[in-house]
Design a protein around this ligand. Structure first.
Ligand code: PMP
Length: 421
């Protein structure tokens, strides 16, 4: 009865009033789908049985299945056996996790043990970047611009823009031969204003797979010192590039040894396969303990109204692995296995293209490193791969190497040859 009464009243309302009541969001325009997650959706809907998704950077085994690391399964079991509660972590997350994350990044060298610093647990790598962006926007008035390598992970741009920073770039990739544009990078670092904020990928540069050698890092460090730039390191792939934690953090450690009071963002998505657990960390190296305390207090003030405190499960898993000698040594082998499989796929893709008769120089597939291959294919070729062959990758021609397997690599090589000959 009441319902009927309501309908009756709404029919009596003038048309304009009715429209106003039911259209809060009429001014909202449909936005574009996310460059990567949009492709995942499109791939899901594609009915072709031989379709291949090479868009997202999430590790797959050689059967194309997501791989939960055995150490993660064991750590989970140990955590269950401890019968822990589900209380909130502190605003900065778990102290033990933060300590371990710092140690993992910087090693146990005395140089670093005695540093003053502040580390906070974050909502994975993306959350760390956003938090750092917000902190810098508030407390680094010297520069409102952050310089990213060109190209960079597509999400860097909106992360920093939405943190209130301006985003510009410096040269990273020599697009002619797909190598590091060292001269261009050095020039740009010298010509941007002093005290600029400059972001570097610690290893496994996304999307190019083109990393800096130690000599490059030394030069970059020198220039950034001369120019007094604030160095910002995004390390989303430690251990995932070469399979060796030390090698993958060598650039970061060089910068820290040179005295840069840098900002570091870490992710455990890839190296522990904790993608959906959202496990990461952000560290500021500081001049003194009192500075660290002040920075920490302000980080808390940003986090508290944002998400209050971070999720606990991923950090518990990571801490269990990092502090249990048996799990830790098993994890080192898992890292080697993941990096090794990617390396193998690189060789097979290059060989597959040669076998198809491609006369292009694909040698860079093997020299690039990490999760992605920056194939050099243009947008039209990428579109043809999607439309004609059901192979999905980002518009910039970036191939997620972890999605290649013995089952699909022949088909992918053949299709790539078809659109590039
Ligand atoms: N930085 C870079 C360069 C990345 O490639 C990624 C993941 N694609 C991230 C940060 C953040 O990843 P997550 O939020 O999953 O930790």
């Amino acid at each position: 009865m009441a319902m009927r009464g309501l309908m009756h009243v709404s029919k009596l309302l003038p048309a304009t009033a009715r429209v106003r009541v039911s259209s809060f969001w009429s001014g909202v325009e449909t936005g574009p789908p996310d460059a990567i997650f949009g492709l995942v959706e499109a791939h899901k809907k594609d009915p072709r049985p031989n379709k291949v998704s090479l868009a997202i950077g999430a590790y797959r085994d050689d059967q194309g299945k997501p791989w939960v690391l055995p150490t993660v399964r064991k750590a989970e079991q140990r955590i269950v056996d401890k019968n822990l509660d589900k209380e909130y972590a502190g605003i900065m997350g778990y102290e033990s996790f933060c300590k371990e994350a710092y140690k993992l990044a910087f090693g146990e060298d005395d140089n670093f043990k005695n540093n003053s610093y502040v580390t906070t647990q974050t909502v994975s790598g993306t959350g760390a970047l956003r938090l750092a962006g917000m902190f810098l926007n508030k407390f680094y008035p010297e520069a409102k611009t952050i310089y990213l390598p060109n190209p960079s992970w597509p999400n860097h741009n909106p992360v920093f823009k939405q943190s209130g920073l301006e985003v510009k770039s410096y040269r990273h990739c020599n697009f002619q031969n797909m190598t590091f544009d060292a001269a261009g990078c050095y020039d740009d670092l010298r010509s941007i204003p002093n005290k600029s904020m400059v972001l570097f990928h610690a290893c496994a540069h996304n999307p190019t797979g083109i990393d800096l050698s130690l000599d490059h890092w030394a030069e970059v460090s020198k220039i950034c010192k001369e120019k007094n730039h604030l160095v910002f390191v995004d390390m989303a792939y430690q251990g995932f590039a070469t399979g060796d934690l030390e090698k993958d953090s060598a650039g970061l450690r060089l910068l820290a040894k040179d005295g840069h009071k840098l900002v570091l963002c870490q992710s455990f998505s890839k190296n522990m396969g904790l993608y959906g657990e959202r496990c990461g960390a952000m560290t500021f190296l500081t001049e003194s303990e009192s500075e660290a305390k002040a920075v920490e207090s302000q980080i808390k003030i940003i986090i508290r109204p944002l998400y209050s405190n971070p999720p606990i499960t991923g950090a518990r898993i990571a801490t269990e692995i990092l502090t249990s000698p048996d799990l830790y040594s098993e994890w080192l082998d898992e890292l080697k296995a993941m990096a090794g499989r990617i390396f193998e796929m690189r060789g097979k893709l290059q060989q597959g293209l040669i076998n198809e008769g491609s006369t292009r120089d694909w040698s860079f597939i093997h020299t690039q490193i990490g999760m992605f291959c920056y194939s050099g294919m243009n947008q039209e070729q990428v579109k043809r791969l999607q439309d004609e062959y059901g192979i999905y990758m980002t518009k910039d021609g970036r191939i997620s190497m972890v999605s290649l397997s013995s089952n699909n690599i022949g088909y992918v090589a053949k299709s790539m040859h078809e659109v590039t000959k």
